[in-house]
Write a protein that binds this ligand. Sequence first.
Ligand SMILES: C[S@@+](CC[C@H](N)C(=O)[O-])C[C@H]1O[C@@H](n2cnc3c(N)ncnc32)[C@H](O)[C@@H]1O
Length: 205
Amino acid sequence: MKKTPIEVFSDWVDLGKDHGMETNHLESVENMLRFSTENLQNFNFIDAGCGNGWVVRKLASYPNCNKAIGIDGSEKMISKAKKIDSRQNYICSNLFEWNPKEKVDLVHSMEVFYYFENPGKLIKHIYSSWLKNNSRLIIGLDFYFENTTSHSWPDDCGITIMKLLSSKEWENLFKLAGFKKVKTWRVGAKENWSGTLVVTGIKKN
Ligand SMILES: C[S@@+](CC[C@H](N)C(=O)[O-])C[C@H]1O[C@@H](n2cnc3c(N)ncnc32)[C@H](O)[C@@H]1O
């Protein structure tokens, strides 16, 4: 029987597979962070679907980062994050059911947004309730239409929800939510792998 994304990733913690995501996602995440933090001073940051929190810890070490928060729906991922690091903020919640006390300058997310039945609704929620004016959402996705190698993942991993959208469809969801200066690019493409699709935009009232 298939499992929900949160059940599958909780199993990954038990199997010690959470650390493998840091290794596999590092090149793409470094590319995304270089772009998104380039012109920021004294910024507050959220990692949406932070897993064991490795990106939160990375950001917390940036001298210009005031506050880094990680949020994930898996209790096991959040317990692991807190065990590794007791100083940063790690919160267990479904991304739809949580809002930050204060809006932030940058929301980052790697390999999370296609685990939602309606990713457009999540993008709108983050736009309205998490981001300040003139702030950025940036997401990385390895499961998307043009990356045909990834099409078998829902069956390979036995996961209930995995939304397969094209690069253009992701771009349009950002535009529909109200984001400006929407850009997409790919990181790490090679033979039989189209690379991580990065989608980003700015909230400007
Ligand atoms: C592929 S992992 C990526 C983790 C992390 N971003 C990384 O790169 O290591 C996807 C993460 O999304 C979380 N997730 C999936 N659906 C979620 C939801 N509805 N609300 C919150 N987190 C969710 C899972 O628990 C898992 O930790």
